[in-house]
Design a protein around this ligand. Structure first.
Ligand SMILES: Nc1ncnc2c1ncn2[C@@H]1O[C@H](COP(=O)(O)OP(=O)(O)OP(=O)(O)O)[C@@H](O)[C@H]1O
Length: 737
């Protein structure tokens, strides 16, 4: 079976990309021939006569530093055959890194987007295992980790192409695939794993006998992303299960130089190869980049007009959240711009994601996407990258625009910036090496407004209204959560206009914005109160109420209005009210059994209120009082602990004594039965009855002494039985009567 699948993969050389998304694990076997007879895989050919021997961009020496063509490299004929005819001449990063990586050195490779970093790690992976004569029985020899499933799929395809003449096996392990159990059975015999961190860890945790103790090469593509906080837990867990003796290759267009990151990977004398460090620009040279200031409420109009003006271009549009992607895709699809539309985001099913990725590779269309498509993906022939929402930082910008102008092709990108995000433009211009981006004025006369069309869509399709609301909220939330406060400030956004631009009849409620504004203004108010007096405070308070009422009407603030009387008398201090809300919040989560205390007015007193330093006026906790309180609590706990222990010991002793007596009585009962064994059958039954009753009643006579106990016990039992029988008879007769 494996053979036939393998034959399929051979013919897969001519297979179209669209078929490739049906990557089944069995298809993933790269198994072609045994190594050529007469070829010693361990021998490295001598360097070509033209190649100067010496040092290249990294620190180490390599005799192959001057090679320009793949065929000049000391690699197997099988790999050369896999590379030809598509790849003949090496790119800069390949020329600079391959001589080192083929010598087994650790590499930290940095080169612009689309410059051919994939081959720079795929070739050494294949060659290392080939030279070591790696076979199925040797297990996992190399792991290539990618941050996204699509990128892992793409790397896997490239690996299949270059390694198709080798007898190595490889598997694609990504989340969202249903055949985990099948994977578990096969993963141990795979030589190369291309995977996402989550799925790899899943196998490490769940697959019996899965081990990577023989690992030779570890590759992190988009290394800075994989090493950042988002994957920290998974990556640390993975690394802890890998042998330290291995080659590690890290590649990215925005490489990490963080010592901390590198220490996590235990790199050994890594070669830092940054081929474009001396370059004038940080982005591809054939990429034209512009930025435009577009108000939030005009973004969709601008995007629509842009698409309408570029109906023959392949366009990749970046938005910040899945919900936005969904809404814009659904709305634009209904408005029919005259070009096929697609969408890609992390909430889609894996097979759909892969199909869309492959379709966009093939067809001229518009793809609306989140940052899931921002790194590594090699869509051929993208004409435009449109960043409707501002990227979170400069590396994110570089990777997004890098989806166009790949390798030797050209491309254009446009970035929409809100007036409040202009700082991002300054930052982009300030980086070294430069990002040649120009600020251009949008041609407003060509703008096609679609807000009204969207409004009628929302009326016609009620589901769309929900989508629009979610898009609205998630966009604002994404801005609210951004780390770079110089660029992103949710309070500067024209929220009502934005809601209207999505076609929403009313501005949805946004709790987190209201709370943020309350907090900000509350602090302003306190300052004014101290510096300027009561009247200023009142005016400020009224303005808070109005501004927040405009945003939403159900959160906290309407209550504030009622606190300001008609004459404008000073209301209760806002900070006190905020504190009251906090108090309530604390009590909601209090542990069961905690006593709630109230003050004279019926307000809940927080548990630590008694410890507050009232003299200072700020309600801060008094450290000495807190210490004292905790010391007292500890003492109390110790006391209770002692009492509990004594009680527990007593109970245990009681139970043991009872059990002992029970056992003893049981033994005695048995002995009696043995003695009386010679009697008639009827007697026996009677005695048996007696014995059972005895055991039952005896348990109450715990304090009886040895001999006397026996007699007393028997007589007591006899009386009890007689009494019981009398009682039963009485009961029966009363029932009959
Ligand atoms: N030596 C080469 N000759 C011709 N084409 C090449 C060569 N190396 C790579 N390519 C092509 O260049 C394109 C970009 O390569 P690749 O995806 O490896 O870039 P990258 O540097 O990894 O980009 P990114 O930083 O976006 O991940 C691919 O289509 C690949 O086939």
């Amino acid at each position: 079976m494996r053979r036939s699948k393998f034959k399929n993969s051979l013919s897969g050389k001519q297979r179209r990309l669209s078929e490739a998304h049906e990557i089944e694990l069995l298809d993933s076997w790269i198994e072609v021939m045994k190594p050529d007879s007469g070829t010693n895989p361990l021998s490295i050919p001598p360097p070509p006569p033209t190649a100067p021997v010496g040092r290249i961009l990294g620190g180490g020496f390599s005799p192959y530093a001057g090679c320009k063509l793949f065929r000049q490299l000391p690699i197997s004929q099988k790999t050369k055959d896999g590379l030809a005819p598509k790849y003949t001449e090496m790119s800069e990063i390949q020329r600079a890194s391959l001589p080192h990586s083929l010598c087994g050195r650790d590499i930290l490779g940095a080169a612009k987007t689309g410059s051919g970093k994939t081959l720079a790690f795929i070739i050494p992976v294949i060659e290392t295992l080939y030279r070591a004569r790696w076979g199925p029985e040797d297990g996992v020899g190399s792991i290539i980790i990618s941050p996204t499933k699509e990128l892992a799929g793409q790397l896997f395809e490239e690996l299949k192409t270059v390694g198709k003449h080798h007898s190595l096996s490889a598997g694609l392990l990504i989340g969202g695939r249903k055949d985990v159990d099948e994977e578990k059975q096969r993963v141990n015999s795979l030589n190369i794993l291309v995977c996402t961190p989550g799925r790899l860890l899943q196998h490490m945790d769940e697959t019996p006998n899965f081990e990577c103790s023989q690992l030779q090469v570890l590759v992190l593509d988009e290394a800075d992303r994989i090493l950042d906080a988002g994957f920290k837990m998974e990556v640390d867990a993975i690394i802890s299960q890998l042998p330290k003796q291995r080659q590690t290759l890290l590649f990215s267009a925005t490489q990490t130089k963080s010592v901390k990151d590198l220490a996590r990977l235990s790199l050994k004398d890594p070669e830092y190869i940054s081929v474009h460090a001396e370059s004038v620009t940080a982005t591809p040279e054939r990429l034209k980049q512009i930025a435009m200031i577009v108000p939030l409420d005009q973004k969709l109009n601008m995007l629509w007009s842009f698409i309408k003006a570029n109906l023959h271009s392949k366009i990749l549009v970046f938005l910040s959240s899945c919900k936005e992607v969904k809404f814009v895709y659904e709305a634009f699809k209904k408005l029919r711009p005259g070009i096929p539309l697609k969408c890609l985001h992390g909430r889609m099913k894996q097979n759909v994601r892969m199909a869309i990725y492959l379709e966009f590779c093939e067809k001229t269309s518009v793809l609306f996407s989140t940052d899931v498509a921002s790194r590594g993906l090699d869509f051929p022939g993208v004409d435009w990258v449109v960043q409707v929402d501002c990227p979170e930082d400069i590396p994110a910008y570089i990777h997004r625009v890098g989806r166009t102008a790949r390798f030797t092709s050209e491309g254009k990108s446009v970035l929409f910036l809100l007036p409040s995000e202009k700082e991002m433009f300054t930052k982009l211009q300030a980086v070294e090496p430069k990002i040649p981006i120009q600020l251009k004025k949008p041609k407003t006369e060509k703008l096609q407004p679609i807000s009204e069309l969207l409004s009628s869509l929302l009326v016609k399709y009620p589901d769309m209204q929900h989508l629009a609301k979610r898009a609205f909220v998630t966009y604002l939330k994404s801005i609210h959560l951004q780390r770079d406060r110089d660029v992103f400030d949710v309070s500067k956004l024209p929220i009502e206009e934005f809601a209207a631009s999505l076609g929403l009849p009313m501005t949805p409620k946004i709790r987190f914005i209201s709370q943020k504004q309350t907090k900000q203004k509350a602090s302003v108010e306190t300052i004014h109160e101290q510096e300027n007096g009561t009247k200023v405070v009142n005016r400020e308070m009224q303005s808070i109420d109005r501004s927040n009422m405009e945003i939403e009407d159900d959160v906290l603030l309407p209550k504030e209005t009622s606190l300001i009387d008609a004459e404008g008398n000073k209301p209760a201090d806002l900070s006190t009210r905020v504190l009251k809300k906090k108090k309530l919040k604390i009590n909601v989560h209090r542990p069961l059994g905690t006593r709630v205390k109230y003050d004279e007015e019926g307000n809940v007193i927080p548990p630590l209120a008694a410890l507050a330093d009232m003299d200072s006026g700020d309600g801060a906790l008094h450290p000495d009082k807190v210490k004292e309180r905790y010391a007292k609590l500890r003492e109390e706990m110790k006391e209770r602990d002692k009492e509990d222990k004594i009680l527990h010991r007593e109970r245990l002793r009681d139970r043991r004594t009872k059990e002992k007596i029970k056992r003893k009585r049981w033994r005695e009962g048995e002995e009696e039965v043995d003695k009386e064994d010679g009697g008639s059958e009827s007697d026996d039954t009677e005695k048996g009855k007696h014995k059972r009753s005895k055991i039952y009643f005896d348990s109450d006579n715990d304090d009886d002494e040895k001999k006397g106990k026996e007699n007393v016990g028997v007589s007591a039992d006899s009386v009890s039985i007689a009494e019981q029988e009398a009682l039963a008879l009485k009961l029966l007769s009363s029932m009959h009567s």
